[in-house]
Design a protein around this ligand. Structure first.
Ligand code: ADP
Ligand code: MG
Length: 764
């Protein structure tokens, strides 16, 4: 049976101002084994005939039969399958993938072979057959016309299709080369149907078995020249192997890779634009994230800690330690803390530089906002420098990496140095750890005992109801008295308990004047609603002139930077002594306590019990409700930011589209060639995505490295909102979606054109 039969086929071209006849009333039938030469004047319809035969172009009249089967119902996709299975094309202007190597050009036609090694082996064999072994890795654009045509023939053979169509394959070649090419074609197409269009019949005369001449779109004559060995076996459905769907993705990736590697400059250009695009997206997200979300950030009543319950007595009475211990036992708390106010407050970590401002010109770094916690509930993680606190006067610092520079450079916060924590001096740093997440707040980790003492001292220092002053009254044996009042009282760690340290010249003078006649010293603590004598010192031994007993420099270093120390107004006592004084006041006025449970769900159960027992208990992550007016303002602000965000994204998409659509033009010809080679549209389309994806990879790598550099570097860490992995995932996916959407649009545009429109020149 004839492999191809054309019945009364007619094709007309309708353009704006004229109608041209391509071919008309063509009745032909072809067999495998034939070498058909088609001749005719330019414009007579030779190319049109080949296009119709290959299904590249549509026709209006008649019918095309493939192995006796009608194609009238064929869709474009059906024709793709047909081309894939039956047709190999050879063109006058070669239609070789100029940017690819000789080997790549042939390999592309061998995509149906799964194993890349086998694919290469066959490509090499084919190239050997057409005599191109010495040019395997040459770019096609660098080849001579004859070499290009040889490569194209190898490519045509690669498909092992039963039909080879050649449209003026020697049109651009000199006569010797033309002869060689025709001989080659004859040699390689023994069992195939070979249809060659030529303007020069003599060059095929020696090989052709049949000569068809076309005139004005119609068959002028159709001569049998020679007998030929007819091949009649039906085309096996598996021959050539039609790519299985499972390999489509792999093939597409390979095609995409070839698209990328065959045009390195273009790919670099493209990758650069994508890098710019992705970084722009990243900066937009990193900059906008805070204004976008801050309006909706929860404001917590307490520092949220998993498993922490904050409670108070419903009747308004202060809690006692005993009662608290009992509640903790009964509700199976893992821990409890009576004086817990400090857990929920932020302080500025003293910036030691300020102390030297008068003497030295040092750039003052912003003080660090810090929250307090203690060892049992602190979550700091492993890999620390130094150790955790063991004594109540020791502190462990958990600090943002942005402070590393002055922490380490100036050696001010090093292990062993002393710092002040919210007005209490002389804590020794025993360890520290830096963190990179600049959304987090720094922490000072104490022992629980140290925490409680600091809390008590802090409460006393910051409570406006309690004003402290120490009156020192000295009486000598003759009844002569000297009085000193100290308004500035400094709790200081590492001082001996129950001793008073005074830095006071006047006192020193009085002491000298009184000499050995000194009789009695009284110290009184006065609070404006609370008055009581705490210490009644009988001897001079308990009072120290500060400069004689401890290192003044060291002390000043450990003072809170925000307060100016004026010599003569300050009295120093130990933190423990101070806490002792505070505790009595606390016991009468402190209404809050914290209980700790394994986790929040355990805590919730306990809250029920506590409520029944007459306490008001809430989870530490309880938030303040927002007012309606506040909500409205935040919503409007967020909408504005969101609109700006959307506009920026649209702008970005526009920019990427603009830049990449230019690169697409370069692939127009390649895609057309691939299509004419019978590579499936689906594979080519997917290859476009694969190409985009491959070009995106450098952008992802750059983003990854940039993010690392930004956040690992103490200097830059501070300036960019720390983004979490899911943010990056969103950025990566967002970019992928954006570029894929662009690819989709661009590819669609390409596919609106037919293969014929895409291919350059009008010889097709
Ligand atoms: P040949 O290959 O023999 O030189 P073609 O098959 O290319 O001839 O052209 C046959 C006729 O169809 C010519 O008159 C040509 O002008 C016309 N034709 C070919 N392609 C188109 C087209 N895309 N649009 C309009 N007319 C066309
Ligand atoms: Mg032509």
């Amino acid at each position: 049976m004839a492999i191809l039969t054309l019945k009364d086929i007619g094709k007309i071209y309708v353009s704006k101002n004229n109608v041209a006849v391509g071919i008309r009333g063509v009745n032909l039938s072809f067999e495998r084994g034939e070498f058909v030469a088609i001749t005719g004047k330019s414009g007579s319809g030779k190319s049109t005939l080949l296009n119709v035969i290959s299904g590249i172009d549509t026709y209006e009249e008649g019918e095309l039969l493939i192995e006796g089967e009608s194609t009238s119902h064929y869709t474009q996709e059906d024709f793709e399958t047909y081309r894939e299975k039956y047709i190999s094309f050879i063109f006058q202007d070669y239609n070789i993938m100029e940017s690819c190597t000789v080997l790549q050009n042939v390999e592309l036609a061998l995509l149906h072979i799964k194993d890349p090694k086998e694919r290469k082996k066959q490509a090499l064999a084919l190239l050997d057959r057409v005599g191109m072994t010495s040019h395997l890795h040459h770019k096609a654009s660098k080849l001579s016309g004859g070499q290009k045509q040889r490569t194209v023939i190898a490519r045509a053979l690669a498909k092992n299709s039963p039909i080879i169509l050649a449209d003026e394959p020697t049109g651009n070649l000199d006569s010797t080369t033309s002869q060689e090419i025709m001989a080659l074609l004859k040699e390689v197409s023994q069992d195939k149907l070979l249809i060659v269009v030529t303007h020069n019949f003599e060059e095929v005369e020696a090989y052709a078995t049949r000569h068809i001449r076309i005139f004005d779109g119609a068959i002028e004559f159709d001569h049998q020249l020679k007998t030929f060995e007819r091949v009649d076996t039906p085309i096996n459905n598996d021959q050539p192997n039609i790519p299985k769907t499972q390999t489509t993705l792999k093939n597409s990736f390979l095609l995409g890779k070839i698209m990328v590697t065959s045009r390195p400059k273009l790919s670099i250009f493209m990758a650069l634009f994508l890098i710019i695009g992705l970084l722009a997206l990243y900066f937009v997200v990193a900059l906008m994230y805070e204004p976008l979300t801050s309006g909706f950030e929860k404001s917590y009543m307490f520092t949220p800690t998993n498993g922490r319950v904050v409670l108070t007595n419903k009747n308004g009475k202060a809690l006692t330690d005993e009662k608290l211990a009992e509640l903790a036992r009964n509700t199976k708390a893992t821990d409890y803390l009576h004086y817990d106010k400090l857990l929920d407050e932020y302080y500025m970590l003293a910036n030691p530089y300020n102390l030297y401002d008068d003497h030295q010109s040092i750039t003052v770094v912003n003080p660090i906002e810090i929250e307090y916690t203690y060892l049992e509930i602190a979550k700091v993680g492993k890999k620390i420098k130094g150790r955790y606190p063991e004594k109540k006067t020791e502190v462990f610092l958990y600090l943002p990496i942005s402070v590393k520079s002055y922490f380490e450079l100036e050696n001010l916060y090093k292990i062993g140095s002393k710092i002040a924590l919210s007005g209490v001096s002389n804590y020794e740093i025993v360890g520290y750890k830096f963190f990179y997440d600049n959304n987090k707040v720094a922490k000072a980790v104490l022992t629980k005992e140290g925490f409680e003492e600091l809390n008590a001292a802090q409460y006393l220092l910051s409570n406006s109801d309690v004003q402290l002053s120490f009156d020192v009254e000295m009486v000598d044996q003759n009844g002569k008295t000297a009085n000193f009042t100290y308004q500035n009282i400094k709790p200081t760690n590492s001082l001996e308990d129950d001793k008073i340290y005074v830095s006071d010249k006047a006192y020193n003078e009085a002491l000298t004047n009184l000499g050995s006649s000194l009789g009695q010293i009284n110290l009184n603590l006065t609070a404006n609603y609370y008055e009581r004598s705490y210490y009644n010192y009988q001897g001079i031994d308990d009072i120290y002139y500060a400069s004689q007993t401890f290192d003044q420099t060291n002390l000043e270093e450990s003072l809170n930077s925000n307060e100016n120390v004026v010599d003569g107004s300050t009295i120093y006592i130990s933190t423990t002594s101070f806490a002792k004084i505070a505790t009595e006041i606390l016991q009468n006025s402190y209404h809050q306590a914290s209980l700790f449970y394994k986790n929040n769900s355990e805590a919730k159960k306990a809250i029920k019990e506590l409520n029944e027992l007459g306490y008001i208990a809430v989870l530490s992550n309880t938030t303040y409700a927002r007012g309606l007016d506040e909500m409205i303002v935040y919503t409007i602000l967020s909408i504005i930011v969101l609109i700006m965000f959307a506009l920026l994204i649209i702008f970005l998409a526009f920019f990427i589209n603009l830049c990449t659509s230019r690169t697409l033009i370069a692939f127009k010809d390649d895609i057309a060639i691939m299509r004419s080679m019978g590579i499936r549209g689906k594979e080519i389309r997917l290859a476009m995505y694969a190409r985009m994806f491959l070009c995106l990879i450098p952008a992802y790598v750059v983003l990854f490295i940039l993010a690392l550099v930004i956040y690992l570097n103490p200097v830059t860490n501070h300036y960019f909102t720390f983004l979490y992995p899911w943010h990056y995932l969103l950025i990566i996916l967002g970019m992928l979606l954006m570029t894929f959407r662009i690819t989709q649009k661009q590819t669609k545009k390409l596919y609106k054109m037919s293969v014929k429109e895409q291919l350059k020149g009008d010889n097709l």
